[in-house]
Design a protein around this ligand. Structure first.
Ligand SMILES: *Cc1c(COP(=O)(O)O)cnc(C)c1O
Length: 235
């Protein structure tokens, strides 16, 4: 597909997604500015991702650190990068300076490793979300929902790592069936929020993908992560 056609197609898809985001906000009396669209570029190319930047979407998400490094090298420094997949500890040093938010902190070990790496690689500190395996699928990363409230003491002693909320991936199913997962994440967030002191401030719920983002917004999502609905078939 020629570039101009791809750009027009992206614009059409983006307009449709924004309209659906706004409608979901309206159903719950939410202000659309409370919900940030993160475009998940893992399945697309650098040229297509840069067309999206031209259309004004500059929050991009990648699930693999190496792929995030590769795209960050070629795309403008103004991109706000979100790491949304598992971060191995040996990839922390290179990832830390590049990302605005890590959605996928899934173990105490990773929290500790981030905390130790910050003084050299990210002295201003790093914002993270804790990933929760709300759907309790054994093949998924993330803290067990039951483990979240026990983390408060350890989290309150961190100096560099700021917890800004929780993230989850619902099981692959019909959107309405994902609602209990999103409600659970919100309740876990509310409970943990009351246990943590500044600079932790759990404003974010990262939940909702192509299949289920409207339900996630209805249940309080502040960050939705969209890949397929933007990029399918484009590259
Ligand atoms: C790939 C991915 C997404 C995007 O999912 P789509 O269904 O393509 O919108 C969102 N979140 C995570 C963690 C992903 O790995």
């Amino acid at each position: 597909m020629p570039t101009s056609a791809a750009k027009a197609e992206l614009q059409t898809r983006l307009t449709a997604i924004r309209a659906r985001m706004e409608a979901a906000c309206r159903r719950r009396g939410r202000d659309p500015s409370e919900v940030q669209l993160v475009a998940v570029t893992k399945s697309t190319t650098i040229p297509i991702a840069s067309l999206l930047l031209d259309l004004g979407v500059d929050h991009l998400g990648e699930s693999r650190p190496q792929e995030l490094w590769r795209k960050a090298e070629s795309l403008p420094r103004s991109v706000h990068w979100h790491l949304i997949g598992h971060l191995q500890r040996n990839k922390i040093e290179r990832t830390l300076p590049l990302v605005e938010l890590i959605h996928s902190v899934d173990s105490i070990r990773l929290l500790e490793a981030l905390e130790s790496a910050c003084p050299l690689r990210r002295p201003a500190g790093i914002d993270v979300l804790l990933e929760v395996n709300c759907s309790r699928e054994p093949n998924k990363h993330g803290f067990a929902p039951e483990a979240i409230s026990e983390l408060a003491g350890r989290l309150n002693s961190l100096q560099f790592v700021r917890v800004r909320g929780l993230m989850t991936m619902a099981a692959w199913q019909e959107a309405e069936a994902c609602r209990p997962t999103f409600v659970e994440l919100r309740q876990l967030r509310d409970r943990l929020r009351s246990q943590l002191c500044l600079p932790h401030d759990l404003v974010h719920l990262s939940m909702g993908m192509t299949n289920d983002f409207e339900v996630a917004i209805e249940e309080g999502a502040t960050l939705i992560r969209i890949g397929t609905a933007l990029f399918e078939g484009l590259a």
